[in-house]
Design a protein. Structure first.
Length: 288
């Protein structure tokens, strides 16, 4: 075979190999549990992306939800120590600290370096990839909180079936080293009109709704977050002001905080934090 023919053959082989690699997709990445305490699931590469600087606040700065805070902390602590614990659904009013509480509880327990506890976030749109993620988590040397923020399902969305199997169903069930926490504005993770529509169109309405509503039953703990009272809202402001050393009299600060909430039409932990950020910016104070 001539040199030109050999060269052309090698080029064709290389092109074929590159085409096969494109079809096969990227190779699964190597996951390193020691890289961080928090990770985000990337299903395209079967990769747990380390988060170097998680966006979270200190547990003591979360006010107005003391009862559910204590329940979540105790449940998570038992799990971190290797004892039985429940999956948790944190549901209710927007901006009341549901996701902040999950991250803050995890951060507090991570202060005890004897507890190998990791937080892995899965995005709502990646729920269908849960079986693949569970295979990775099942063999991990650490205990993992699998966390999904703002979880809900709309009409004709069947990805909830993957979640049901991952939580409790399937022949393998949930791995002992994994617990699932989710936040949602909906108690049953489904819009009310979807449930009502199922009831009105099904031959057996109760059975039609049962399959979808039973998803929330996979969570052993339901922690409700309700709208914020003025007293709780101002308590949040006082806590932030003391922690970050904001200047000004308490009465004057309260007046501005209430005015801020009025312009937004709501009182919540999120609104309180937004006010504190504005106030700290005006005073030239960092919130690090």
């Amino acid at each position: 075979m001539s040199n030109d023919a050999t060269r052309e053959l090698l080029i064709e082989i290389r092109q074929l190999r590159e085409a096969l690699e494109r079809i096969a997709g990227p190779k699964p990445a190597e996951n390193d549990w020691s890289a961080a305490d928090c990770f985000v699931w990337s299903p395209a590469r079967s990769f747990l992306q380390p988060v170097a600087r998680p966006n979270r606040v200190k547990l003591e700065l979360i006010h107005g939800v003391d009862h559910v805070r204590d329940i979540l902390f105790e449940n998570t602590k038992r799990f971190a120590e290797g004892f039985p614990a429940n999956n948790v659904l944190l549901w209710g009013a927007r901006g009341m600290g549901k996701s902040s509480l999950v991250k803050a509880v995890h951060a507090r327990l991570c202060e005890d370096r004897a507890l190998a506890l990791k937080l892995v976030e899965i995005h709502r749109e990646d729920i269908n990839s849960l079986p693949s993620l569970m295979e990775i988590l099942r063999t991990s040397p650490v205990r993992v909180i699998l966390y999904c923020d703002d979880l809900s399902f709309d009409h004709d969305d069947t990805s909830y079936k993957s979640l049901k199997a991952a939580l409790d169903g399937g022949i393998e069930g949930r791995p002992d080293n994994v617990i699932f926490y989710a936040t949602s504005n909906r108690r049953h993770l489904l819009p009310r009109n979807m449930i009502e529509n199922e009831q009105s169109t099904a031959i057996n309405p109760s059975e039609a709704v049962e399959e979808k509503v039973s998803l929330s039953d996979r969570f052993g703990l339901w922690l409700g977050f309700h709208k914020c009272s003025q007293e709780d809202y101002l308590g949040m402001i006082d806590g932030y002001a003391a922690h970050f050393g904001l200047e000004g009299g308490r009465e004057d600060l309260h007046h501005r905080a209430l005015e801020w909430a009025t312009t937004r039409g709501a009182r919540s932990g999120r609104v309180a934090w937004q006010f504190v950020q504005d106030e700290a910016g005006r005073q030239g104070k960092a919130l690090g």
